[in-house]
Design a binder for this molecule. Structure first.
Ligand SMILES: *Cc1c(COP(=O)(O)O)cnc(C)c1O
Length: 430
């Protein structure tokens, strides 16, 4: 008996390889991508083109607030796109005003400008600061070491990480850097040209490092004293990820200081989770500065379009309806506790686990023997091992892994994630 099985086709078609080949030929290679091609998702799970399922704790880098293929988002997209998708900012429309009103209600007295990404939101803050200081000849913005403020030319000038600037010099003038969480250093860094200080409440790309309450309150005091704008980049750590709308609200909630409850920055950048996957960015400016950018001084063709705003309104509505701020806090602290237990059990691999709500960083040990054979960064090798185990996560720098899952991640899913991470730690522990 022979040849019961039909012979394989002359070319065994590997879909993954053909997708990668098409990218190699046609897509500018500015990203280091993982060897994964994803096809569909549902909630906190995604499937690759070969049908393998992953628990997604990367959340599209803190974007998919309601998970993948949210029926609520789909319904909002269908409803609004059947009415009006785009009109430009030459005209008024209902969704943009409603979204601005809700954001002002969540932050404090002020006004909102809409754009399409985090980088543009930061860019708006830079322009706000320049306008504020212009007549006095002040223009300089201080940012913190290990910060991240987007990939535009001003964004990489603001970002205090050499790797994003390299090859693109000269930088946009008017940005200087200072150590993070160090008040004395901020004071020492001021010059007569300084007009603003910009920080993230929790540094994301820099490795999940929260600002301390003392730092936030001290910077507020310093900015008041020197007539500087205190600007915050809430693009990654905002939108209820830490359990409160903005990370500074979470960081300051237990502070006994009288000024903690009244703390507000003067400007705030938002994006990522704001649209739950639909591109939208925004910045809020506190009341006294909200009218600095008058007619004709700033703009965006797509910014605040009815479709994006309808989706963002739906995301906010679902976050409230389903109590997702509380969920982020509870499931986040459960996951953090589980991971801390794992760190104690696998000290040769995991050095520290830290975070707030559903923004969690796993810091790896310096030398992990299992990774010695490859020259790839430990964070990349660890994430590859997680992929093998069926879990998506996001590297930050060379030694930190970020978990930025949907805000509706369930406790059972968090437990499952901890189990998958444990299986990888067990493989790597000597
Ligand atoms: C992602 C990010 C940005 C840039 O957002 P894009 O939408 O990629 O332009 C800016 N700031 C922070 C803190 C971010 O995490």
């Amino acid at each position: 008996m022979r040849d019961i099985l039909s012979p394989p086709p002359a070319v065994v078609r590997n879909e993954m390889q053909s997708i990668q080949e098409r990218f190699r030929k046609n897509v500018i290679p500015s990203y280091g991508r993982f060897d994964l091609a994803l096809e569909r998702g549902a909630g906190s799970r995604v499937w690759d083109v070969n049908g393998k399922c992953y628990l997604d704790l990367g959340g599209g880098i803190a974007v998919c607030a309601l998970g993948h293929a949210s029926p609520d988002i789909t319904a909002a997209l269908i409803e609004q796109s059947g009415k009006l998708s785009h009109i430009s900012n030459l005209y008024y429309q209902q969704p943009q005003g409603l979204l601005a009103e809700q954001l002002v209600g969540l932050i404090g007295p002020g006004k909102v400008f809409f754009c399409n990404s985090g980088g543009e939101a930061d860019e708006g803050l830079f322009k706000l600061a320049r306008k504020f200081g212009h007549d006095e000849g002040r223009y300089e913005i201080l940012t913190a070491e290990n910060s991240f403020h987007g990939r535009t030319l001003a964004g990489i000038s603001a970002t205090a990480q050499a790797k994003v600037k390299k090859g693109f010099e000269p930088m946009v003038p008017g940005f200087r850097h200072m150590p993070f969480n160090n008040l004395a250093a901020a004071r020492a860094a001021l010059s007569p040209a300084t007009v603003a200080i910009l920080i993230e409440g929790v540094q994301g790309e820099g490795g999940v490092t929260p600002a301390t309450p003392e730092y936030l309150l001290g910077l507020r005091q310093l900015c008041d004293e020197k007539n500087l704008l205190l600007l915050m980049d809430g693009v990654q750590c905002g939108h209820f990820r830490t359990g409160r709308f903005q990370s500074f609200q979470r960081i300051l909630e237990d502070s006994p200081a009288a000024e903690a409850a009244a703390f507000l920055p003067d400007g705030l950048a938002m994006a990522k989770s704001l649209g739950g996957g639909f591109p939208i960015g925004a910045f809020w400016a506190r009341a006294p500065y909200a009218d600095l950018l008058g007619a004709g001084t700033h703009g965006s063709t797509f910014g605040g379009g009815p479709l994006a705003c309808a989706v963002a309104l739906k995301v906010l509505q679902v976050i409230q309806r389903d109590h997702l701020a509380a969920n982020a806090r509870e499931v986040g602290s459960f996951l953090l506790a589980e991971l801390s237990r794992l760190a104690a059990r696998h000290p040769s691999v995991l050095r520290q686990v830290r975070g707030l709500g559903l923004m969690i960083g796993l810091e790896l040990e310096e030398k992990i023997p299992a990774f010695a054979a490859s020259d790839k960064a430990a964070a990349i090798q660890f994430v590859n091992a997680l992929h093998q185990a069926g879990l998506l996560a996001v590297p930050a720098g060379s030694r930190v892994i970020r978990l930025l899952p949907p805000l509706n991640l369930s406790r059972a899913e968090a437990e499952e994630a901890a189990g998958l991470i444990e299986s990888v730690l067990a493989q790597l522990s000597p």
